[in-house]
Structure formats: C-alpha cells, structure tokens
Design a protein around this ligand. Structure first.
Ligand SMILES: O=C(O)c1ccccc1NCC(=O)[C@H](O)[C@H](O)COP(=O)(O)O
Length: 249
C-alpha cells in the first residue's frame, strides 16, 4: 500500500536525523589535544571579523589543518550567524558540528537537530533552575551531544548536576568582555577537586592566540580548545592550525 511505503520512507528520514553521526566526545578523546575550530562572522567583543566567510570552504580548510570538530556561531543579531552556515559546514566536512548559540528553549534544540548539529552548547549563566539539566537531557535523548559552558566555580557546580559529557571553561568574562587565560587554569583545578576521576571531557574556550597557549592548555590537562577569532582572521587557517598544533603531536 502506498501509505505504508510513504510512512516507511518518512521513518527512514527521521532515523537519519536522530542518528548521532559524528561524536564530539570521541573527537575530544584522543591522546593529544583536539582543536574545535570556530566559524564566527562577528562578535560583540571584536565587531565584524569575516562577515562574508564561505562556511563550506572554511570547514574544509579547518579539517585539512587538523581540527577535530567545528563550532558554528549561529546567533543572528550580534554575531551575524545563521543555521545555513551550520548546514554548509556539516555538508562539506566529516567533523562533528557544534551549534554555538544562546539556548534556553526546547524549540532551539529541535531546530539544532533538524539543521544537522551533532552537538549543542549550553551557557550555564543564562539557564535558571532545572532548565540546564532538562535541556541537556532533551538534546541527548534526541541523539545530540552537549557541551556546557561555565565561567566560575558556582556555574561549574551547576554544570556538574547535569549529565553533560563535556564542560567548557570560558576565559571571556561576558560582562566586561575581557579575556583572562588564568580562568581556565583555576577552573580545571576546581573541577578536579569537585569530580575526581571524572570521565567528562574538558574544553578551554576563548582568547587562544598562539602555539604556546595551546601547549600550555594541553599541559594543564584540557582535552580540547575552542578557537574562534584567531582562526577567522587568518587567510590560511589550514596552515595556522598546523602551526598551532605543531608542538602537541
Ligand atoms: O566573542 C564574544 O564577543 C562573545 C560575547 C558574548 C558572548 C559570547 C561571546 N563569544 C562566544 C565565545 O565563547 C567564543 O566565540 C569562543 O569561545 C571562541 O572565542 P575566541 O577564540 O576568543 O574567538
């Protein structure tokens, strides 16, 4: 019967959407440090960075340089991003794609899934009460992975109540926009005390500029580093990634 055939095809399509195809967790589980390379057109701290970036080409360049995952900032008004960039990055690379946006509603999780995100980022400071745990669960139930971002120890304590498999320590103070690399350093120490022997993966975020920064974060024990502006300002991000990773592999 034609209706059975239609439903069966629809089921197949839905299974494709739900399947966790590319794992950020696996990308962060290598022996050496992994770079999550970010596609970001603009930001409140930097203004316009690369508003006409070709997301497909950038994703290919990042993969060729040795990035193990790609973050796409999809926020429209302050970062000039959109979901089309995420779709293009997904289609033109084999890497897990993280949607970096400001997520506080269930609808945004479904939207991320349909756009092809493999993982979504949650910022603890904008989620109240049980919302973080609920959204992490929803994303994971739908087959996506989660990276939960914190800026201080109180937020870290909140993050650890969730089932997120990866925690991001952001060096950027979102009130003053200043970057302090020491933030990662103190937060990783706090994390080790709060959750000894944890299986969670740890990502350092923001303000990474040099191979010395990368080496330092590797020595501190981070599994991954999220790098945006430094890569976006480069006309040859493939070579820059190789250079940044040079001392680590
Ligand atoms: O980048 C900003 O100005 C910003 C402002 C307000 C909220 C979030 C913001 N950035 C998001 C990020 O966390 C960064 O895009 C990401 O960590 C990469 O940072 P960077 O390598 O310094 O571009």
């Amino acid at each position: 019967m034609i209706l059975d055939q239609i439903v069966s095809k629809k089921y197949e399509e839905l299974m494709n959407i739900k399947a966790p195809k590319r794992s950020l967790y696996d990308a962060l589980s290598c022996d050496d440090i992994s770079i999550i390379a970010e596609i970001k057109r603009a930001s409140p701290s930097a203004g316009a960075i690369a508003e006409d970036v070709d997301a497909a080409n950038r994703a290919r360049q990042y993969e060729a340089g040795g990035a193990r995952a790609i973050s796409v900032v999809t926020e429209r008004h302050f970062f000039k991003g959109d979901l089309k960039m995420l779709q293009l990055a997904k289609e033109s690379s084999n890497l897990p794609i993280l949607r970096k946006d400001f997520m506080f509603d269930e609808l945004q999780i479904y939207e991320s899934l349909f756009a092809g995100a493999d993982a979504v980022l949650f910022i603890v400071s904008i989620l109240k009460g049980n919302k973080l745990c609920d959204l992490v669960k929803l994303a994971q139930d739908l087959g996506m992975e989660t990276l939960v971002e914190v800026h201080d120890e109180d937020e870290l304590t909140e993050a650890l109540k969730s089932d997120a498999k990866a925690i991001g320590f952001n060096n950027r103070d979102l009130k003053t926009m200043t970057v302090d690399m020491g933030r990662c350093e103190s937060l990783i120490k706090a994390f080790r005390l709060l959750e000894p022997g944890s299986e969670r993966k740890l990502v350092a975020e923001s303000g990474v500029r040099t191979k010395e920064d990368v080496k330092r974060l590797q020595e501190l024990g981070f599994d991954g580093i999220l790098i945006g502006e430094t890569l976006m300002r480069s006309s040859n991000p493939t070579n820059l990634l190789k250079e940044l990773l040079g001392d680590t592999r």
